[in-house]
Structure formats: C-alpha cells, structure tokens
Design a binder for this molecule. Structure first.
Ligand code: AMP
Ligand code: MG
Length: 351
C-alpha cells in the first residue's frame, strides 16, 4: 500500500513518545535487532499457546520491545518487514502493524524462524453460517423472525480456502408472505420461499449434508461453526427451533464469533462484515444480506485471520441466562397478538 510522505510523518508523530524519538538510522538498527535476537521456545507442549498470555518475564520484555519498534516503523518499513516474511501487505496500517506484531509474538512463543507454518489450528474445517429471516421495517425487538435462508460455506483450514457451499431457502409458516422490506433487504423472492421446504426439513437436509462430509463426527476438532456475532444461533436458530418444537442442535451450542475474534486479534472495535473487509483491504463480494454471500464474505475474513496466525477457537455459545437471548416468553406473547391480528385480517378479507 502506498503512503504519502505526510502520512508517514503523521504516523510517526502519532505513535512515537517524545522521550524515545529516534532517527531513521535507529529504526533500521531496531529492526535488525529484532532479526538478530534468537527466537526462544517455551511451553512447547501447549497446543494453543498463541492464545495464552505470556507469563515468562524475559519473553514479555522482548515482545514489548518488539511492539515498540513496530509502532515506530513507518508504513513503508512495516510493509518491507511483512514482505520479507511473505506476509500480506494488504489492509489499513493499524492492521498491518498488528499482523507484524503477531508474527513476532508467534516467533518468540513457538521458537521458529518461520512460525506461521508451525501454528497448529484447532479445527480441520470451519462451517460459516449466516441466516436470513423474515423481517419488517421498524419491527419490534420481539418480532417472530423465521429463518428463510440457510447457507453454509465450508473452509478447509489447512488449505486456507473455501472448499464447499450449501444453500437452502426455507418456507416461513407463521408469516408466509414476505414483506416488501424483507425482499428488498435480502433479495429473497416470494416464489423462492414458496417453493422451499419448511425449516424442519431444511434442518434435516443440512445435517445430512454435514454428515456426508463427516462434519458432525464425535471428533470435536473436525469442524467448528462460525457466524458473524451471536445473533444467528443465539437468536434466529433458537427462535426457529422453538417455533417448530425441535431440540436445539448440539453442534450449534458453541460457535466461533468471527466479529469478536476479529476485534480481539486485531485490537479494533467490533464492526460489521463490510468494515472488517475494508480494514483488511478487501471489498464485499456479492450482495449484502444475501445469506450465502454474507457467509462467503465472513469466510474470507476468517481465512485472513488464519493467514495472519490467529488460532480459531470456539469463543461464544448459548448460555441460558445470556441477556443477548431473545425472551421466548415475550415472543410467545407477540405470536399470540399476531394470531389475533391474522384472525382480524381474515375477517376483513372475507368481507
Ligand atoms: P444479515 O445477516 O445482516 O443479513 O441479517 C440477518 C437478518 O436480520 C435479516 O434477514 C433480517 O431478518 C434481519 N435484519 C437485518 N438488518 C435488518 C434491518 N435493517 N431491519 C430489519 N431486519 C433486519
Ligand atoms: Mg446475512
């Protein structure tokens, strides 16, 4: 990424503490110092070491020195260091700095000159899910959303690539007619849901698809499910299972919250798919609020995290007392009102 001289100047002014002002020559020396210091391995048997806080004092001191040096590098110097390590130079400068810091952390923690190849991921596959649901403009918090699109985008973690996709529309039964707002938002047409199976059949098809690929095996490290935030599983799936009196699927009890992981790994505020992509130097591929396209883009973000050395673990889950859960009792009230309204509508129609 090209940076103007003014950017570089401002960058230095912004991140350099006054008492540590150094010349450009010193920067070069600092970078060399990083390369000259030996990587040191500790706690080698710990599988997810990169996720654990570093407790060794000398490692902590070394890493904080590395971080200071990275903070003082100009954007061009950051890119030069990233290139030397065959790391991406895409994305905003804050992301590129963090990428380099994570590289050094992995080097110190794992004790290898090229630590990215040594990082052991937890899952073989990650299945990204992004539901679309019925909705209305200015709907209340207790709107009875029904799932109308169930997509899955499968990431092969070792290949760092999307390797398979599934998509099914679902026919809603509580409110079978999509609002114009919903069709405009999601791009899903009435005839598509009319021709689709209802949710219980779609869930069976989904589980068959997953089983054919051995993704629901008892090996917990075979596949993890990922969504953008907590809502897809904690709200939409939970609501829908309630509507159909289906047990909540075991495989969706814990998941990878990509938005949360992104924010933790790159030390940025939580943000939506578009903003995450932008900060990585990527553009949205497809149509926003299409479940399959959203899933593909969440998968692209997840792949960037993997490439940057983030060990992807389950980091969110269904917890009964969680305030992010929609109150199913209040939805029942809402459904009762809705049924009353439907009765009224039927009377009006008959007239
Ligand atoms: P998304 O994954 O952002 O496409 O959203 C999933 C679902 O949330 C949509 O299918 C809608 O049911 C609902 N939703 C998202 N954005 C809105 C909005 N602005 N107004 C009403 N419902 C929304
Ligand atoms: Mg979506």
């Amino acid at each position: 990424m090209a940076s103007s001289p003014t950017d570089i100047q401002n960058e230095n002014v912004a991140v350099l503490p006054k008492k540590n002002l150094k010349s450009a020559k010193d920067h070069t020396y600092d970078r060399d110092w990083i390369n000259q210091t030996n990587a040191r391995s500790f706690l080698p048997s710990d599988r997810h070491i990169l996720k654990k806080p570093i407790t060794d004092h000398s490692c902590q001191k070394r890493l904080s020195k590395y971080n200071g040096i990275v903070n003082r590098m100009t954007p061009a110097q950051v890119d030069e260091e990233l290139q030397k390590r065959q790391l991406s130079t895409n994305g905003e400068i804050e992301i590129r700095r963090i990428r380099l810091k994570h590289f050094y952390k992995a080097q110190v923690t794992l004790g290898f000159e090229n630590p990215m190849k040594m990082i052991e991921q937890h899952f073989e596959y990650i299945a990204v899910v992004d539901f679309e649901a019925t909705c209305e403009r200015n709907q209340g918090n207790n709107f009875p959303h029904e799932i109308i699109e169930f997509p899955i985008v499968l990431i092969d973690v070792r290949q760092q690539a999307i390797v398979d996709k599934f998509r099914s529309y679902c026919r809603p039964t509580i409110k079978p007619i999509l609002s114009d707002f919903c069709t405009e938002l999601t791009g899903i047409q009435q005839h598509q849901v009319d021709a689709a199976p209802t949710f219980p059949e779609v869930l069976r098809n989904v589980e068959n698809w997953l089983n054919e690929r051995h993704l629901l095996s008892s090996n917990k490290r075979r596949c993890g499910f990922a969504t953008d935030g907590p809502w897809d599983f904690a709200k939409f799936l939970r609501l829908q299972c309630g509507f159909n009196s289906l047990p909540y699927p075991r495989w969706a009890k814990k998941w990878i919250n990509v938005r949360k992981e992104f924010s933790n790994f790159y030390s940025v505020q939580r943000c939506g798919i578009g903003r995450m992509l932008q900060s990585l130097g990527l553009v949205f591929d497809g149509r926003h609020h299409s479940g399959l396209d959203d899933s593909v883009n969440i998968a692209r973000i997840t792949i960037e995290l993997i490439k940057d050395g983030c060990v992807i673990l389950l980091n969110d889950g269904v917890r009964a007392a969680d305030p992010k859960f929609i109150d199913l009792n209040s939805v029942s009230d809402e459904l009762q009102n809705l049924n009353d309204d439907d009765d009224n509508e039927a009377i009006v129609d008959n007239d």
